[in-house]
Design a protein around this ligand. Structure first.
Ligand code: ADP
Length: 451
C-alpha cells in the first residue's frame, strides 16, 4: 500500500485502539468484555479505514478533475456534489471550469495569432534572456542570420557571430534602457539593419527584445539620390561657369573685340541650349518617375510614330550627310503611350545621328514577333559602344565619351529616358554594338490587336 491517507488513518486508529484493548485485558477479568473490546476496536479501525478510503477516493477524483481542467480534449470525471466540505469544493471547481476553459481558449488563440503575426513579419524579431540566450526568434531573423538550425535556447553569440548585435542587446539587458543602432550583419552579405532593442522584464528576470529592419534598399535609394543630385549639380556647373566666364569677358572689353564677340555670344547660346536640354530631360525623367501619363495605354500606329521621328532628325542628318532608311513598315500598332513612344524613338534616332560617321546610315526596321510582340530597331554605322560600357549606357548621366557627348549636345539622360518609357509600357530594350562599325538598339513592345 502506498503512503496514502487511508494507510495513515489505519496506523493512527490501530495505535489509538491497541493501548485501550491492552488496558481492558489488564484490568478487566471478564472474558466477554475483553473480546467485546477487541471486536469494537477492530470495527472502529475498519470503519476509520473505510472512511479514509472514501475521502481519498473523492480527493483523487478532484485531483483528476483539476488536472484535466487545462486539457480541453479529455473528458472530465463526474464529481460527487455532497453537502460536506469536499462537496463544496467540487461545486466551486465545477463553477470555475467553464471560465478557465474560456481563458485557456482565449490565451491559445492569442498565442496562435501572435505567432502568425511574428512569423509573417518581414522585420526580424529576436528575444533574449538575461544571459543573452535566445528565447524566441521568427523566420525573418533566421533568414537574416543565415542559420537554418534552431536558435531558441542557444547563446546569442553562437547564433549571430557579429559583436554589434550582441553588444546592443547586452547594453539593453544591463542598463534596462532601450537602444537603437544601424548595423551590418556579416551573415547577410552586407545588408544593413536598423536595430530597435527594448528591455523585456518580468518579476523574476530581465531580458531584451530586438526588431531588425532591413534598410538596404532604403540605403541604396538614398545613395542613388545623393549621386543623382551630385551629377545634376555637376552637369549644371560647367555650362553655367562657361556662360558666366564669357559674359564677364564680353563686359570686360570683349564687346569691343569685333573679331571674337560673335563667337563669345555663340558659346553663351550653346551653353544656354545645353542647360535647357538638361532641364527638359530632367523634367521628362521626373514625369516618368511620377507614373503613367494617361489613365490607360492606347493603340499607337508604329509607322506614323517612326515617320514623325525620322522627319524630326532629318535636318541634323542632312547636315552630316547621313542617309535615313526605313524598311517597309508593316501596318502594326503597339499598346502604349504616344508621347513616350515618340520621345523614345526620337532619342534613339538622335543618338544614331549624333554618334554616326560622316555620310553614314541610319536604319529603322519594324517586325511583328511571335507572342503578340512588335520589334522596332534603330541601327547606325557609327562609332559603336565598347562591350564594357554596354550594360551602363542606360544609367542616368552615363556617357562613353564625355567630351564627344557634350560636343554633340548630349545630356547623358537620353537612353535612361528611353529605357524608363519603354519599361513603363511593359516593353524591353536591348543593344548590340561593334566598335567602329555601329550600334543597334532593339525595342520590343506588346502589339495592339483590335477585336
Ligand atoms: P547622350 O545625351 O550623351 O546621348 P544618352 O543617354 O542618350 O546620352 O547616351 C548615353 C551614352 O551612350 C552616350 O553618351 C554615348 O556615349 C552612348 N551612345 C548612345 N547611343 C549611341 C550610339 N547610337 N552609338 C554610339 N554610342 C552611343
Amino acid at each position: 500500500m502506498r503512503d496514502s491517507l487511508a494507510r495513515r488513518v489505519l496506523i493512527v486508529a490501530s495505535v489509538l485502539a491497541a493501548p485501550l484493548v491492552a488496558l481492558i485485558f489488564l484490568f478487566v477479568a471478564d472474558v466477554r468484555v475483553r473480546w467485546l473490546s477487541v471486536a469494537v476496536a477492530l470495527l472502529a479501525v475498519v470503519l476509520a479505514w473505510l472512511l479514509a478510503q472514501y475521502v481519498a477516493h473523492r480527493i483523487n477524483q478532484l485531483t483528476t478533475f483539476v488536472e484535466g481542467m487545462l486539457d480541453q480534449s479529455q473528458p472530465r470525471p463526474q464529481l460527487i456534489h455532497s453537502e460536506d466540505e469536499l462537496g463544496e469544493l467540487a461545486r466551486s471547481l465545477s463553477r470555475m471550469t467553464p471560465r478557465i476553459a474560456e481563458l485557456v481558449n482565449r490565451l491559445s488563440m492569442e498565442l496562435t495569432r501572435r505567432e502568425a503575426v511574428l512569423a509573417s513579419m518581414t522585420d526580424a524579431v529576436l528575444a533574449v534572456d538575461a544571459q543573452l540566450t535566445v528565447t524566441f526568434c521568427n523566420h525573418s531573423f533566421i533568414r537574416a542570420v543565415g542559420d537554418h538550425g534552431t536558435a531558441e535556447g542557444v547563446p546569442l553569440i553562437r547564433v549571430v557571430r557579429d559583436p554589434g548585435l550582441f553588444s546592443v542587446l547586452k547594453h539593453v539587458v544591463d542598463s534596462g534602457e532601450p537602444a537603437r543602432r544601424r548595423l551590418q550583419l556579416s551573415a547577410s552579405e552586407g545588408h544593413s539593419f536598423e536595430v530597435n532593442a527594448a528591455p523585456l522584464a518580468n518579476s523574476t528576470s530581465r531580458g531584451a527584445i530586438a526588431i531588425l529592419r532591413d534598410v538596404t534598399p532604403q540605403e541604396h535609394l538614398e545613395r542613388i539620390k545623393r549621386d543623382f543630385i551630385a551629377n545634376v549639380s555637376h552637369e549644371f556647373r560647367t555650362p553655367l561657369a562657361t556662360i558666366r566666364g564669357y559674359a564677364e569677358t564680353l563686359l570686360d572689353g570683349g564687346l569691343e573685340d569685333h573679331e571674337n564677340r560673335r563667337k563669345f555670344v555663340e558659346i553663351i547660346q550653346a551653353n544656354g541650349t545645353r542647360l535647357n536640354n538638361i532641364a527638359a530631360d530632367l523634367l521628362t525623367l521626373s514625369e516618368l518617375d511620377a507614373g503613367q501619363p494617361g489613365p490607360e495605354p492606347g493603340p499607337i500606329p508604329v509607322g506614323d510614330a517612326v515617320w514623325s521621328a525620322l522627319h524630326a532628325v532629318e535636318p541634323a542628318a542632312r547636315l552630316r550627310g547621313l542617309s535615313l532608311h526605313a524598311e517597309p513598315i508593316p501596318e502594326v500598332s503597339i499598346l502604349g503611350y504616344g508621347i513616350r513612344f515618340e520621345q523614345a524613338l526620337l532619342n534613339l534616332l538622335d543618338n544614331a545621328v549624333k554618334f554616326n560617321r560622316e555620310n553614314g546610315e541610319v536604319r529603322v526596321e519594324v517586325h511583328s514577333r511571335p507572342g503578340g510582340l512588335v520589334e522596332i530597331s534603330v541601327s547606325d554605322t557609327g562609332v559603336g559602344i565598347p562591350a564594357l560600357d554596354l550594360s551602363r549606357i542606360f544609367e542616368r548621366f552615363y556617357r562613353v565619351d564625355k567630351a564627344r557627348s557634350r560636343q554633340v549636345g548630349g545630356t547623358g539622360l537620353g537612353l535612361s529616358i528611353v529605357k524608363h518609357a519603354i519599361e513603363q509600357m511593359n516593353g524591353a530594350i536591348a543593344v548590340e554594338s561593334a566598335l567602329g562599325k555601329g550600334s543597334r538598339f532593339i525595342i520590343t513592345l506588346p502589339e495592339f490587336i483590335s477585336r
